[in-house]
Design a binder for this molecule. Structure first.
Ligand SMILES: C[S@@+](CC[C@H](N)C(=O)[O-])C[C@H]1O[C@@H](n2cnc3c(N)ncnc32)[C@H](O)[C@@H]1O
Length: 295
């Protein structure tokens, strides 16, 4: 292990543990069926996560968030975890945009020699790849679990929609909740730059959040009443909104997404699950909801 990937905390372990449990259940079920089935890791990282502690520098850019440095003890990244799962998947697709991380990822082919032919490594932008592959590929006899594990707000609704449209993919999505969306939602709507509003529209695929998260308030001033649009959304409301949005395009959605907090108890992400296939969704949701509710 040379280049090591720095991010995360206990919540990272929580996240990976849940996804791993689902991958085992999924591979076990699919192994008895006639579909070809893949694991797609669209923000694959390096295969490793650094083990020693570090601190956050507090300078997290709202739009890229590629500088989170809160580190805990955990070593296997999602790509490695997936490759170790039994029974095996028919295909492992790892997408990684960073050249440096991708170079590390390439080593998995060496390490998992027996699975070399099953591993596809792609050094590109996840959104572009997903939209192209979901829209231009025949999914009838194919199924996949896709893990979207971005640092921040890198996934647009267009990508989520393309995944749902295949009706063949189960999605685990680490939604940028406290780390992204909630930070863009200014208390006073008038203080929100247009670019922030546009970013929220892109991520949520609608501008309905304005109605759901804000309400009008009359404040008495020396010169009469002043009307203000004030945020009245808490985490529960935002979480319900995300589930509602996913339900508008997927066959099934887990009702109990997992709120992941950092060591200071601040909410960071919401681990969401959605299932695309109308026939398989009921079972998939039952399994995922059970995995999400366990301690
Ligand atoms: C949170 S890390 C993923 C961690 C990984 N799932 C694991 O468990 O080891 C996010 C990764 O996504 C990559 N990334 C960021 N933007 C991307 C994009 N648009 N497309 C693909 N990868 C991207 C980053 O370089 C980083 O390696």
């Amino acid at each position: 292990m040379t280049e090591i990937h720095k991010f995360g905390g206990n919540w990272t372990e929580e996240k990976l543990k849940r996804v791993e449990k689902y991958l085992i259940a999924y591979a076990t079920i699919m192994n008895k069926q006639n579909f070809r089935f893949a694991y797609i890791d669209a923000f694959a990282g390096t295969g490793y996560i650094e083990e020693k502690k570090n601190k956050t520098d507090g300078k997290i850019s709202l739009f890229q968030q590629n500088d989170i440095k809160e580190i805990e003890t955990f070593s296997k990244g999602s790509a490695r975890i997936a490759l170790e799962i039994k029974p095996e998947f028919d295909k492992y697709i790892f997408i990684e945009k960073s050249k440096k991380h991708f170079t590390e990822l390439l080593k998995l082919k060496e390490e998992f020699k027996d699975k070399e032919a099953k591993i596809d490594l792609i050094n590109t932008d996840a959104n572009n790849w997903i939209i192209d592959r979901c829209n231009n590929y025949k999914w009838q006899n194919n199924r996949a679990v896709l893990f979207l594990d971005p640092y921040g707000m890198q996934v647009n609704w267009e990508t989520i929609k393309a995944i749902a449209n295949t009706e063949a993919i189960d999605l685990w999505y680490l939604f940028p909740f406290g780390i992204g969306v909630n930070r863009l939602l200014k208390k006073n709507a008038a203080d929100m730059p247009a670019s922030w509003e546009a970013k929220l529209d892109d991520i949520l695929g609608t501008n309905e959040w304005k109605e759901d998260f804000y309400s009008q308030r009359q404040d008495a001033t020396l010169f009469g009443n002043e009307s203000k649009t004030i945020k009245d959304a808490d985490f529960s409301k935002i979480s319900k909104f995300i589930v509602k949005r996913l339900k508008s395009i997927f066959a099934g959605v887990a009702e109990n997404p997992l709120l992941l907090r950092n060591s200071k108890n601040n909410p960071l992400y919401l681990l969401c699950f959605a299932s695309g296939n109308p026939r398989g969704a009921k079972t998939a949701i039952k399994i995922a909801q059970d995995i999400l509710k366990r301690p």
